[in-house]
Design a protein around this ligand. Structure first.
Ligand SMILES: NC(=O)c1ccc[n+]([C@@H]2O[C@H](COP(=O)([O-])OP(=O)(O)OC[C@H]3O[C@@H](n4cnc5c(N)ncnc54)[C@H](OP(=O)(O)O)[C@@H]3O)[C@@H](O)[C@H]2O)c1
Length: 316
């Protein structure tokens, strides 16, 4: 199953594989196994620090004839320190070089936050902080960065461009001057943060939505965040629905999104779990089950840069 992207008509798989926190030593093998299992979308980012290894996994799969490049949909993201017009292309080219590929199928602005440039030879990925442990902002408006993203399309370096971690007001603002509309918005989205108004806006605008952190707090446990937040994978409502369908709670959480036309990109370091996550589209939830899961919404956001520095309260 896939979503058709508006401007290019390119098909974006509805279930992809997320690469955040896939460790460097395991990444090439995990990417290879994910492709072997049937994943065709890989969701990477400069910030994940594993682009070279992910590219190795891709090259092995290509060399063994498991897939052709054009059957894969490779996403990456522009980090906050590369928002200046000329830095966007430099970063995209460097990232393509790390992956060892000619083009990205999708390139996203990772966060609507512009930070001071950090030379990759000094530190890569640059992360949020300067050498002094503080966050240093750069005065670069989003429309400047978006214009440079559009040039990546014209140069053939990327096929589709989009946004991540943006709210409705910013999406609408980008549209005011865009030559190419954002084709995808990638956002934190799970039953505890169902984001219905933003999804509705994207549906009206023809922007595909990709959900990240579909399992809610689970992804943040390994970062020692989210203690005390109810687990979605063990939630009574989700468990009861999973039992009724003979599925796992993870599959139910993913299906809750995909059945509403939202793409998902679950990450797992375990081959068994990544295989079962991919099988989440093999059953349908009833309308009342979708509604029951949606009613868990409490606008609980796990990934908010304001926790790093209050000047980055992009969701306020
Ligand atoms: N645009 C952004 O700012 C942004 C932010 C966050 C994430 N993302 C993207 O979205 C992807 C997915 O989000 P995410 O990594 O935050 O979280 P996620 O996929 O919701 O959750 C990953 C966590 O769930 C566990 N898990 C995976 N499958 C499971 C299963 N079937 N049963 C039980 N546990 C399972 C994983 O552990 P194991 O690995 O041990 O299985 C890991 O701890 C990322 O990898 C990244 O590509 C984007």
């Amino acid at each position: 199953m896939s979503l058709v992207l508006k401007r290019t008509g390119q098909k974006m798989p509805r279930v992809g594989f997320g690469l955040w926190k896939v460790t460097k030593p395991s990444c090439a093998e995990t990417v290879y196994q994910a492709i072997k299992a049937g994943y065709r979308l890989l969701d990477g980012a400069g910030d994940y620090g594993n682009e070279k290894e992910a590219g190795e996994g891709v090259r092995r799969a290509l060399a063994e004839g498991l897939v052709k490049r054009e059957e894969l949909f490779i996403t990456s993201k522009l980090w906050n320190t590369f928002h200046a017009h000329d830095d966007v292309k430099k970063a995209a080219k460097m990232q393509l070089g790390l992956w060892g590929i000619e083009y990205f199928d999708l390139f996203l602005i990772h966060f609507p936050v512009a930070l001071q440039y950090v030379d990759p030879s000094h530190r890569y990925p640059p992360e949020w902080w300067g050498d002094d442990g503080k966050v240093h902002f750069a005065n670069i408006p989003m429309y400047e960065t978006w214009k440079a993203m559009e040039e990546l399309v014209d140069d053939g370096l990327v096929r589709n461009i989009g946004l991540s971690n943006c709210q409705g007001s910013l999406v609408l603002d980008i549209l005011q001057s865009a030559k190419y509309e954002p084709q995808v918005l990638q956002i934190e989205l799970h039953p505890l943060l169902s984001q219905e108004p933003l999804v509705n806006l994207c549906n009206v605008l023809g922007i595909a939505v990709t959900a990240y952190s579909s399992f809610g707090p689970q992804s943040y446990v390994e970062l020692e965040m989210g203690q005390g937040v109810p687990s979605l994978l063990q939630h009574g409502v989700v468990s009861a629905i999973a039992s009724a369908h003979g599925k796992t709670t993870a599959q139910v959480l993913l299906r809750w999104a995909t059945q509403r036309g939202i793409a998902v990109i679950p990450k797992s370091n375990s081959v068994d779990r990544l295989v079962s996550n991919l099988q989440c589209d093999s059953f349908d939830l009833k309308e009342e089950e979708l509604a029951q899961i949606s009613s868990l919404n409490m606008n609980l956001r796990m990934n908010d840069p304001a926790t790093i520095d209050p000047r980055m309260a992009i969701f306020a």
